[in-house]
Design a protein around this ligand. Structure first.
Ligand code: FE2
Length: 364
């Protein structure tokens, strides 16, 4: 087997640009149970923006807001609303990752740069992906600080109560009409990913709308990026609605893994997180469709958790409603019990649930 030219250790962090990072950070601490661990802003010598770093198990979220009107982050938020800007990838050699990908056609966003403080040094470099989203390679083997140089440890008055979120299982991008294959080619040729699964519009369509999707994964399988594009249907698909409101391609959802979805979703609901609802009929023949599962049916039904099975096992999943006013970014909570797939058996029920929401928003 050829050597992986872009070995990835996992997701390093995900950075969102948001209109009000102070308040967003409280939402993620309170509702999702993340702990505030670090901060950069005026108090730490950063004059033009404020960033809050939140952590739960292996997941790090960075919430950044601009402090000035004429600022690229302000422009980003004006156009896209709140959303994901950076999908950062943890590597052993950031400069080499940059060279290997740019050599294969990646568009540079930021050349390799070394940042230092009293805890050591970090090398970062960034390339562009779909829309205005970027991948930042982060090399932190010579660093023992809280996050990155420039960030200071920070604790919150609010004592976060973790809910069992463990790591990012996959991160989905929505791209424009006819652009899915272009971005699948990008991940294959420029980043050395492999095509894992293809869903066409026959797999993913309802009476009204359709989409197509392909999933790419890196060599060790730690990073999985499904890429969606809209497909022609009678009415407007959820992907088109996203593209209209995000003003172009971007991250549609992040799926976060848990070992106890009943506990995780009970807590999220108790704290006010809203989820898509499937009709009660979904549960009537569920066990006929997916076979024997370890969980009791009643709590799954009460919480509206979905189940699907593939050749290797089953999975439990649920999707939040968008977490900002624009119908753009949302989250999936997923518990895998052997299954390595993405819940194809739930697509129809799910898309009908999304269409009911689109209808309420006047966007179907
Ligand atoms: Fe997903």
């Amino acid at each position: 087997m050829k050597q992986d030219f872009l070995p990835l250790n996992g997701t390093d962090y995900v950075e969102l640009y948001v209109g009000n990072a102070k308040q967003s950070s409280f939402f993620y601490q309170y509702a999702f149970g993340y702990e505030l661990i670090a901060y950069a802003g005026p108090e730490t010598g950063i004059r033009d923006r404020a960033s809050y770093v939140l952590k739960q198990d292996k997941i790090r979220l960075v919430l950044t807001t601009p402090l000035k009107e004429n600022h690229p982050i302000a422009d980003h938020i004006k156009k896209h609303g709140d959303g994901v800007k950076v999908l950062a990838l943890w590597v052993d050699d950031a400069a080499q990752s940059f060279i290997e990908t740019v050599m294969r056609g990646a568009i540079p966003h930021e050349e390799p740069k070394v940042s230092k403080d009293e805890f050591g040094e970090v090398v970062t470099a960034s390339i562009k992906t779909y829309g205005e989203t970027i991948h930042t390679f982060v090399e932190r083997k010579n660093y023992r600080g809280v996050f990155l140089p420039g960030y200071k440890p920070r604790k919150s008055e609010y004592q976060a109560k973790p809910i069992g979120l463990k790591y990012i299982d996959h991160c989905v991008g929505n791209v424009g009409w006819g652009e899915m294959n272009k971005w699948v080619d990008f991940y294959e040729n420029v980043m050395g990913f492999k095509l894992l699964i293809t869903f066409d519009d026959k797999d993913i369509s309802t009476e009204y709308s359709a989409l197509m999707s392909k999933v790419v994964s890196n060599g060790n399988g730690f990073i999985k990026f499904p890429i969606n594009e809209p497909a022609e249907g009678k009415k407007k698909s959820q992907i088109e609605e996203y593209l209209d409101f995000y003003k172009g391609p971007g991250v549609q959802h992040m799926a976060i893994a848990t070992d106890d979805i009943i506990h995780t979703v009970s807590e999220l609901r108790r704290r006010g997180v809203e989820f898509l609802e499937v009709p009660a009929s979904y549960y009537e023949d569920l066990l006929d469709r997916v076979g024997k599962i370890e969980e009791d049916l009643q709590p799954l039904k009460d919480l509206n958790i979905l189940v699907d099975r593939d050749e290797e096992g089953y999975l439990l999943q649920i999707f939040t409603k968008p977490v900002q006013d624009r119908p753009t970014l949302f989250y999936e909570i997923i518990q895998r019990k052997g299954a390595k797939s993405f819940g194809k058996g739930n697509f129809k029920a799910l898309f009908e649930a999304i269409e009911r929401e689109q209808e309420l928003r006047g966007n179907l």
